[in-house]
Ligand binder design. Structure first.
Ligand code: 13P
Length: 252
């Protein structure tokens, strides 16, 4: 049985005081989620990670939005795995379409980061998803399949089981144009099939999230689909009120 997961991706939003305010205010809703067997978390910017960790209940998952695969060295502007571990971060989002588009992040680069995170005992949340052009050409499945195969190359089934996948069609991100639950399930079901081919029966234990214009009003629809295990949410994860609505939708 896969545990449901709600992860808020704050992207480049919130100052430290704003992040702290969220952290201090989310205690009750986090307990509510946990008591219903649901994992919940947020991914603040690097400079807000410690503030959220210090002020939120320990049950709130706190994820970074990127990491460098090298432990230290001449990599200006980068943050390493030991640096995240030192402040208590255990989860990292990788391969988000915005990082692929604006920062040249490739599936191959994600693969190095995923392997380094798993070796460090951390949890990668690996994002995949196609552009509108690819979607309209009907090429979503082979496109996403390639991202999965390259990003998760060389992993053992035991390692793969620890990874969380997020399917986020680029055309649905921040556009208010969410994919229908049928489209999301069709692609996510295909991803699970690909994982089965790569890693065998453990594919049934790998959590796959949907992301793209998920809101309190539509999250429950996705949860009714058999292969969708939760959501990676941008805009609607930013306020306490909306985040509570997402949890309520997830609890059902
Ligand atoms: P929105 O929920 O704002 O569409 O963003 C989705 C996303 O990119 C989460 O990583």
């Amino acid at each position: 049985m896969r545990k449901k997961l709600l992860l808020g991706n704050w992207k480049m939003n919130k100052t430290r005081p704003e992040a702290k305010e969220f952290a201090l205010g989310c205690g009750e809703m986090v307990s509510y989620a946990v008591s219903h067997g649901i994992d919940v978390g947020v991914a603040p910017t690097f400079v807000c990670l410690d503030s959220v960790l210090d002020n939120a209940p320990g049950d709130l998952i706190v994820a970074a939005q990127n990491v460098n695969e090298h432990p230290s060295g001449a990599y200006t502007g980068e943050i390493s795995i030991p640096m995240l571990q030192e402040i208590g971060v255990k989860w990292v989002i990788l391969g988000h379409s915005e990082r692929r588009e604006y920062n040249g992040e490739t599936s191959k680069a994600c693969n190095l980061k995923i392997k380094a995170l798993l070796e460090a005992g951390m949890i990668p949340v690996y994002c995949c998803g196609e552009s509108l052009e690819t979607f309209e050409k009907g090429e979503t499945k082979p496109f996403v399949e390639e991202q999965i195969k390259t990003g998760l190359a060389d992993l053992t089934p035991e390692q793969a089981e620890k990874v969380v996948i997020a399917y986020e069609p680029i055309w649905a991100i921040g556009t208010g144009k969410s994919a229908t639950k049928e489209i999301a399930e069709d692609t996510i079901g295909h991803i699970r099939g690909v994982l089965k081919g790569l890693f065998g029966p453990v594919a049934e234990n790998i959590r796959i999230l949907y992301g793209g214009s998920v809101k309190p009003g539509n999250i429950a629809e996705y949860m009714s689909e058999p292969d969708i295990d939760g959501a990676l949410v941008g805009g609607a994860s930013l306020t306490l009120e909306s985040y509570r609505g997402l949890i309520e939708g997830l609890v059902g």
